[in-house]
Design a protein around this ligand. Structure first.
Ligand SMILES: [Mg+2]
Ligand SMILES: [Zn+2]
Length: 210
């Protein structure tokens, strides 16, 4: 059971970041640290989010586990590598959350529908629970609309990194980002430019900007 002081502590605001194609270059099903590279603007962008008081959580679908391409433990090496690359940029990640599932997988333990594969919001909800996060004042940033939907369903605001990775554009109200940006740095600069008093009404302002 949580202590009273922990329960009463003010919840933290967070940035939930998709991994592949948002934070690092998308190499499908890669868990080899030698092939992991940060996307342009990632270090600077995350540094700015930190300066703005946000905690940082990576939330990523990794169905390669369900397909038997790699083990859950291989993802630890990926997390370590990303943390090391970002350490060089002066940035610390607060946590990594991976969904290892896929309903059409081949490894029985992970081959099922789940509540954590984006666009489901489970990864964000779990991080919020474990780290006492304030979802309403948090943002989900990703390069496809499934990221946006996961963020919206968790109660967060959202930024779509519009870098050509989304190709299907299945749009619904839950899949409309609050705004779009070219990369994480541009996303951070956009959040930094929001007037504090009106930041809770970002959707209204962004609506006017679109
Ligand atoms: Mg992605
Ligand atoms: Zn899952």
């Amino acid at each position: 059971m949580k202590t009273t002081s922990a329960a009463m502590r003010k919840p933290s605001k967070a940035i939930f970041i998709d991994k592949d194609g948002t934070l690092i270059d998308d190499v499908p099903f890669n868990v080899d640290p030698r092939r992991i590279t940060l996307m342009p603007g990632a270090g600077q962008g995350l540094r700015l989010f930190r300066k703005m008081g946000y905690q940082l959580y990576v939330v990523s679908n990794q169905p390669g586990v369900a397909f038997g391409y790699f083990e859950p433990s291989d993802l630890d090496a990926v997390s370590h590598c990303i943390s090391a690359l970002l350490h060089g940029e002066g940035v610390r990640i607060n946590g990594y959350y991976y969904c290892p599932h896929h309903r059409a997988g081949s490894v029985a333990a992970y081959s099922r529908t789940c509540d954590c594969r984006k666009p489901e919001p489970g990864l964000l909800l779990r991080a919020a629970e474990e780290h006492h996060l304030d979802l309403v004042h948090s943002w989900m940033i990703g390069d496809i609309l499934n990221d946006i939907e996961a963020g919206q369903r968790a109660g967060c605001k959202t930024v779509l990194i519009d870098n050509g990775h989304e190709t299907e554009w299945e749009v619904s109200p839950l899949r409309m980002p609050h705004f779009t940006a070219a990369n994480l740095l541009e996303a951070a600069q956009a959040l930094a430019a929001l007037p504090p008093a009106r930041s809770e009404r970002a959707d209204v302002m962004i609506g006017a900007m679109r």
